[in-house]
Design a protein around this ligand. Sequence first.
Ligand code: ATP
Ligand code: MG
Length: 333
Amino acid sequence: MSIIILGIESSCDDTAAAVLRDGEILSNCIASQEAHRAYGGVVPEVASRAHQENIVPVVDLALNKAGVKKEELSAIAFTQGPGLIGSLIVGVSFSKAFAMSLGIPMMAVHHLQAHVLAHFAEHPKPAFPFLCLTVSGGHTQIVLIRDFLDMEVLGRTLDDAAGEAFDKTGKLLGLDYPAGPEVDKWAQLGQPLFEFPEPKVPGLDFSFSGLKTSILYFLQDAIKENPQFITENMAGICTSVQQRIVSILLKKLRKAAQQTGIREIAISGGVSANSGLRRELEKLGREEGWNTYIPKIEYCTDNAAMIAVTGYYKFLKGEFAGQDVTASARLEW
Ligand SMILES: Nc1ncnc2c1ncn2[C@@H]1O[C@H](COP(=O)(O)OP(=O)(O)OP(=O)(O)O)[C@@H](O)[C@H]1O
Ligand SMILES: [Mg+2]
């Protein structure tokens, strides 16, 4: 008999549902919340309310697209954390109630493990052990994956995430929220013109807060000289910032590959949608003789397919959550 998993993701501002049959994605649906755009960032209260509105329609859509009736579901997987607590509570409470009404088990999923296992939502899949650079809005880390549910974080950011570095730079430049993709668009139009400093961080850890400050001071000084500096140099600034962020990320990834001797190398999380990171990883991979794995864009940013996939492997191992499970904003790895 087939194993059919419904995945639910609600950790930030996207309400998402996906259906997976025997490890293959049948549907992957998402309701993104536009309301935050006006505020220039995610407003937690607005996000929770929108999740409440969206969750039933998104689950219905995912089931319909998959051609699966709710009675056919084997289990429900949901994001337990980390994330915004008010957002997580909507997905967790919905999943608990739905699983109880259907009399089926549930799997509580760690959002960052799911970003890594997004690679198993498509082909080709990495072979174990592999390294994954997870770069998202809230996290930047290098993970060693020995098996589906056996992962170790080898390095992480000591302050800001790479996504924040993109978003905050974009904000300084007056670009729309979320600014990461906007910086990427401009960066495709220009040449690197400015040299931003490389942080000196030992081991496999990262730091992006110094870069952010240096960009701020650089822009303040340049605007004093020429008030039109940003509009006249938008592509050049974005290309230079993107190049620096990508070089910081890939330098540490290369170091991790050298230290572990692993040549199966993946990236995941929202920033893995970045065109510069994707291009430079492929280039570095060819030079280093790596097999590189870059997810489809829909599996980079928050999605429920990755939650369903992670839930599937938990289902196979019998790692079920009880009805006493709660959302956790700072869920430990
Ligand atoms: N093309 C791109 N270039 C650079 N950054 C991008 C691009 N596309 C998305 N991002 C960034 O990815 C981040 C969102 O990624 P994701 O949805 O994985 O993060 P999150 O879920 O908010 O955080 P976390 O997963 O750490 O809880 C944002 O910072 C966004 O600006
Ligand atoms: Mg995420």
